[in-house]
Design a binder for this molecule. Structure first.
Ligand code: DAH
Length: 358
C-alpha cells in the first residue's frame, strides 16, 4: 500500500502538469479524491488487509498524499485563474481591518461641533508664527518675564523682515519666528482682518519644550475669541458653562478663579467639578477623591481681552470689548467622564493597543 500511495502522488503530479485549462480541474479532483470512487479511496479500501502495527503509518501516509493532491489542485486553480468553478460563494468574506480616527481628531471634531452652533467660525493660521503675534501683540514685549511660561521653540535665525501690510499701529517691521506655543497667537491676526464683530475658534497644534506625564512637546489647543460691543464676563461664563456641559456632561459645573494672563484683564482659571466625586472632594466611602482631592479640576485659562491687545489689532477698546479662552485639547479629552488617562504621552506613542480602546 505504501508503494501504491507513493505512486499515486507521482501519477497525480504527472497528470497535473498536463492540465492547461481550468475546465479540466474538476475531473482531475474527482478522479483522485472522490470519496466514492476516487483513486485514493480505492487504495484505502485495502486498509483492512494491513497488519495492525502498520495501520498508523499507512494512515499518516494516506493523509499526506491527500494533502499533497489538495494543495496541488489549489495551486493549479490559482495559476489557471480558476473561473467560476473555483470561486466558493459560501466561504465567509474576510473583513479588512478598519481603523478609526486618532483621539485628538475625535476630540477636535467634537469641540468644533459644540462651538459651531454658537456662531464660532474656525480660523486657520500658520504653525510657524511670528514672535510678534505669539507675544508682542499679546501684551508681552521682548523682555517680559511672562514669556517664560511658554517654553517656546524659536527658529534659529536672525530677525527678518516681516511681511505685514503697511499700518501705523505695527511699529515692528522685523521679527523672529517660532513654533506657535499657543492658539492665542491668532487673536490679533483675526482682528487685523478688520471685520467686526469677531466670533472665531482656532483649534490647532502648539509646541513647547516640555515632556512629562501631563505634557507633550506637540499638542493641541482650542481657542475662542469673541469681540463685539457690550461683551462682558457673563457672556464668557455662559459660553464656557455651555461648552463644559456639552463636552463633559450636564452634571458638571464650572467656577472661575482669578488668575493672571498678560493678554486678558481680568483673567481667570476655569475649574470644572470633578466627575469622580461630583464636586465634593470625597468618595462614597468617605475617603478623599484620588482624582481631584478637593472637588474641582483645573481646566484652562480665559478672560476679557486686554485693551492693549485690542489696540494692537486696530480696535478701539472704548467701543469694543471681548472675551477669550484657550484650553488644551488632549487635557480636556483625558478629563472626560469615565476616562482616566494617567499619562498624556500615550496618545502619541502610536501603540495601537492604546488607541484601539477608544
Ligand atoms: N494662551 C494661554 C496658554 O497657552 C491660554 C489662554 C488663557 C488663552 C487665557 C486665552 C485666554 O485666550 O484668554 O496658556
Amino acid at each position: 500500500m505504501k508503494q501504491k500511495l507513493t505512486q499515486l502522488k507521482e501519477e497525480f503530479a504527472n497528470e497535473a502538469a498536463q492540465i492547461k485549462g481550468p475546465e479540466k480541474l474538476e475531473a482531475l479532483e474527482n478522479k483522485y479524491l472522490s470519496r466514492k470512487s476516487g483513486l485514493l479511496t480505492n487504495i484505502m479500501k485495502g486498509i483492512k488487509e494491513v497488519a495492525k502495527e502498520e495501520v498508523a503509518e499507512i494512515g499518516a501516509l494516506a493523509n499526506e498524499t491527500k494533502n499533497y493532491i489538495t494543495s496541488g489542485l489549489e495551486e493549479l486553480r490559482a495559476s489557471l485563474g480558476g473561473g467560476a468553478a473555483s470561486f466558493d460563494f459560501t466561504v465567509p468574506g474576510k473583513k479588512p481591518p478598519v481603523g478609526h480616527l486618532h483621539l485628538a481628531t475625535i476630540a477636535i471634531r467634537e469641540i468644533e461641533s459644540i462651538l459651531e452652533p454658537l456662531g464660532f467660525v474656525r480660523a486657520r493660521h500658520p504653525d510657524v508664527e511670528w514672535d510678534y503675534y505669539a507675544f508682542e501683540t499679546l501684551n508681552m514685549p521682548g523682555d517680559h518675564p511672562a514669556r517664560d511660561d511658554w517654553e517656546t521653540f524659536f527658529i534659529d535665525e536672525a530677525p527678518i523682515k516681516m511681511n505685514l501690510p503697511e499700518d501705523s499701529l505695527k511699529l515692528v517691521k522685523e521679527g523672529r519666528r517660532l513654533l506657535t506655543p499657543h492658539t492665542s497667537s491668532i487673536q490679533v491676526r483675526e482682528m487685523e482682518k478688520g471685520v467686526l464683530p469677531i466670533r472665531m475658534m482656532n483649534i490647532s497644534k502648539c509646541y513647547r519644550r516640555q515632556i512629562d506625564v501631563s505634557h507633550v512637546p506637540m499638542f493641541h489647543q482650542f481657542e475662542g475669541l469673541v469681540i463685539d460691543k457690550d461683551i462682558n464676563i457673563t457672556h464668557l461664563k455662559g459660553t464656557i458653562d455651555y461648552f463644559v456641559k456639552k463636552f463633559f456632561g450636564e452634571d458638571r459645573t464650572i467656577r472661575l478663579r482669578p488668575h493672571h494672563f498678560q493678554f486678558t484683564e481680568p483673567s481667570f482659571e476655569v475649574d470644572i467639578s470633578c466627575g469622580l466625586c461630583h464636586g465634593t472632594g470625597k468618595l462614597e466611602d468617605g475617603s478623599a477623591c484620588r482624582m481631584c482631592k478637593e472637588g474641582w479640576l483645573e481646566l484652562a485659562g480665559a478672560g476679557m481681552v486686554h485693551p492693549n491687545v485690542l489696540k494692537a489689532g486696530g480696535i478701539d477698546p472704548n467701543v469694543y470689548s471681548g472675551f477669550a479662552f484657550g484650553w488644551g485639547v488632549e487635557r480636556c479629552f483625558s478629563m472626560k467622564s469615565g476616562l482616566n488617562i494617567d499619562d498624556l504621552r500615550l496618545m502619541y506613542k502610536n501603540d495601537l493597543r492604546f488607541n484601539e480602546q477608544f
